[in-house]
Design a protein around this ligand. Structure first.
Ligand SMILES: NC(=O)c1ccc[n+]([C@@H]2O[C@H](COP(=O)([O-])OP(=O)(O)OC[C@H]3O[C@@H](n4cnc5c(N)ncnc54)[C@H](OP(=O)(O)O)[C@@H]3O)[C@@H](O)[C@H]2O)c1
Length: 280
């Protein structure tokens, strides 16, 4: 791959940070989309210091706040004409049911809708760059059921952090496949991935059973650097276009749940997401 312009969300920590460092070493121009400007500037200095790559830029973007996402996309559209790689990596699991300022359930907003709006707002640039969109999903998508899409924001059923997260990661796979449905013919490729069970800040705010499960799992987790490998592979490997739309583990296409293969659900998600971003 020749010189690439790459955007990444959630690079202030964990898998995203290691992905950003590796891509900076490979001479990508990097745009780090972060929600905390001070930490973003610190991250930029770290990456410049570690890699010698000076072409690192910080853009404020809180994915749980659609106005912030719109503002970030406007700034990027003003500064760039092309994007080659967009890595939708930011994510989280939340103990408590909480609405964002837009009135959206926070797991849904952070893991799915913010990235949906960001990606579509950057689509002209991605089209110019025959861009790759990489969505960091998870094996955690597997317990999620197709019918959960009828209540994606837990308006009618009791909130569960694990159910909300499982659903959000299923939505990442639907979104990946829908990007190919809508833009594949125009040269866009999209990939979803599971990074592994990775020792990062992920799940750090969980309490009770969630925190206990995280603690028990920690000794079996891989490092953030190891967890970044599939994202780095998808961002850099030439000649993988025929695998567009697939879900990867350990740099290889992997099985998804039967719910994730259900085409009407992903079409419905696209429609619902378009309606939601139009109204917030
Ligand atoms: N760790 C695992 O075992 C595992 C397994 C499967 C999938 N994943 C997925 O991997 C991705 C990266 O997670 P990680 O393990 O590296 O966790 P992490 O260390 O907690 O990093 C999460 C990143 O997302 C950012 N973020 C969270 N909410 C945001 C918001 N509203 N706006 C902007 N940025 C936001 C965080 O920013 P701040 O620094 O500002 O908080 C941080 O940079 C996530 O999508 C996660 O679901 C992780």
């Amino acid at each position: 791959m020749s010189h690439k312009i790459t955007l990444i969300t959630g690079a202030t920590s964990g898998i995203g940070k290691e992905t950003a460092i590796a891509l900076a070493k490979k001479d990508h121009t990097l745009y780090l989309l972060v929600r905390d400007g001070t930490r973003g500037e610190q991250l930029k200095q770290d990456i410049v210091g570690q890699t010698g790559n000076q072409d690192i830029h910080v853009v404020l973007c809180n994915l749980a706040d659609m106005q912030s996402v719109r503002k970030a996309a406007t700034q990027i559209n003003e500064r760039l004409t092309t994007i080659n790689v967009l890595i939708n990596n930011a994510g989280g699991i939340f103990d408590e049911f909480q609405h964002t300022a837009d009135g959206l359930e926070q797991t849904f907003a952070t893991n799915h809708l913010g990235h949906f709006l960001l990606t579509l707002s950057l689509m002209p640039l991605l089209l110019n760059g025959k861009g790759r969109v990489i969505n960091v999903s998870s094996e955690a998508h597997k317990p999620a059921k197709t019918e959960w899409i009828n209540d994606m924001q837990f308006e009618h059923k009791e909130y569960s952090a694990f159910k909300a997260y499982a659903l959000a990661k299923l939505l990442n796979i639907y979104f990946t496949k829908s990007l190919v449905d809508h833009f594949g013919a125009q040269g866009i490729t999209a990939y979803a991935l599971h990074p592994g069970l990775v020792n990062t800040g992920f799940g750090g705010s969980l309490s009770g059973l969630g925190s206990l499960l995280m603690m028990l799992a920690r000794p079996f987790m891989i490092t953030a650097e190891e967890g970044a490998q599939t994202s780095i592979y998808l961002a850099t490997e030439p000649g993988i276009e025929s695998l567009s739309g697939q879900y990867f583990k350990k740099k290889k296409p992997a099985k998804i749940s039967s719910a994730a293969k259900y085409v009407p659900a992903r079409e419905r998600l696209w429609q619902l997401s378009e309606d939601l971003v139009r109204n917030v």
